[in-house]
Design a binder for this molecule. Structure first.
Ligand code: MN
Length: 330
């Protein structure tokens, strides 16, 4: 528990904080950044959240999510950057440039990705934590600061979404204890779940239908994959963030061990975003890492240069290699 004390020590020594997280914001990164800002304010500090990407529409209902800015001011005045839920500094997108330029500022790295590169001056990386939200909750406990109902909601959503509604194996008894304590602030789990998962548009469901119709299985039936092309995105007018979670449908097929969603990057031609999920013991973080990405053992991602056809071929053959390696006990 020395790492958490180091984080608090570093916070105590600074006054103005820049908070940021990874590109492609989702529940954990948004909820934990908002909660960290509340904590810093409660500790008498000034703090602002700046992210490379905007908050996706379906997460805008999180309390104070509208105060997350995407404006990067190069002359911005801060003492320390708190980077949350981010395995590498590069994953902060455009904010990375600002942080790496300001070498005299402290970088506090708070994360739960097993692939975290410990890029901070102070690093608190706990791969056993379900979510960054769980770590921020511990910061509240350690500092003795009180949670508000709004912050409890932000942390609950962080944990709920990163554990796949407490379904993934990153869910521990501690995760449930924390969630239980957060519910004690007057949250209604059914209403929260409805807000997060049941406010899709008809367009979102049509997009899901188009993506699901691309599903393919390998010969052995243990790898399932989907694709999302720019054409489909354009046709539906949907934004790429809407495809978060689609890959789980591929994983839910009986006997599937690895599921993949290949998505063309909208702005940058010739780059494919790859989401990897596993069921059982396959470590997809190792597969993602071999392509310069990373994440967790059961959920990882990477961005690979090439066309959809090329990237599918190389990623699928890497998966086969790992599965075959397992079968022969290597
Ligand atoms: Mn996370």
């Amino acid at each position: 528990m020395n790492e958490i004390k180091e984080v608090i020590g570093a916070i105590n020594r600074c006054r103005r904080f820049l908070i940021t997280a990874h590109i492609n914001l989702e529940g954990d990164s948004i909820g934990s950044q908002l909660a960290i800002r509340e904590l810093l304010n409660a500790m008498g500090k000034t703090a602002f959240i700046i992210d490379s990407d905007p908050v996706p529409a379906h997460y805008k209902f999180l309390p104070k999510a509208n105060e997350i800015s995407n404006k990067i001011d190069k002359k911005m005045d801060y003492d320390a950057a708190v980077v949350v839920d981010c395995p590498t500094l590069k994953r902060t997108g455009k904010v990375a440039e600002l942080i790496s330029k300001n070498k005299n500022k402290v970088v506090i790295n708070i994360d739960h990705h097993v692939s975290n590169e410990r890029f901070g001056d102070v690093n608190w990386v706990d791969p056993n934590a379900s979510s960054a939200g769980e770590l921020v909750f511990k910061l509240f406990k350690e500092t003795g600061k009180r949670l508000t109902k709004e912050t409890a909601l932000n942390l609950y959503i962080a944990i709920l979404t990163d554990t796949g509604s407490f379904n993934y194996d990153n869910t521990s008894s501690l995760t449930h204890e924390i969630a239980g304590e957060l519910l004690g602030y007057g949250l209604e789990p059914a209403a929260v779940s409805e807000s997060v998962y049941e406010r899709r548009s008809i367009g979102d469901i049509k997009l899901l239908g188009l993506v699901l119709s691309t599903i393919k299985l390998n010969n052995r039936g243990d790898v399932a994959y989907l694709e999302l092309t720019n054409d489909v995105l354009k046709k539906t007018g949907a934004d790429a963030a809407k495809s978060e979670g689609f890959v789980n449908y591929a994983r839910s097929i009986d006997k599937v061990k690895v599921a993949v969603l290949f998505r063309e990057e909208p702005k940058e031609g010739g780059r494919i975003h790859v989401s990897l999920r596993s069921k059982g013991s396959v470590d997809v973080n190792r597969i993602a890492s071999s392509f310069g990405g990373g994440g967790h053992a059961r959920a990882s991602g990477c961005v690979v240069e090439g066309t959809l056809v090329e990237v599918e071929k190389s990623v699928l053959s890497k998966i086969e290699e790992r599965l075959r390696g397992r079968h022969t006990g290597r």
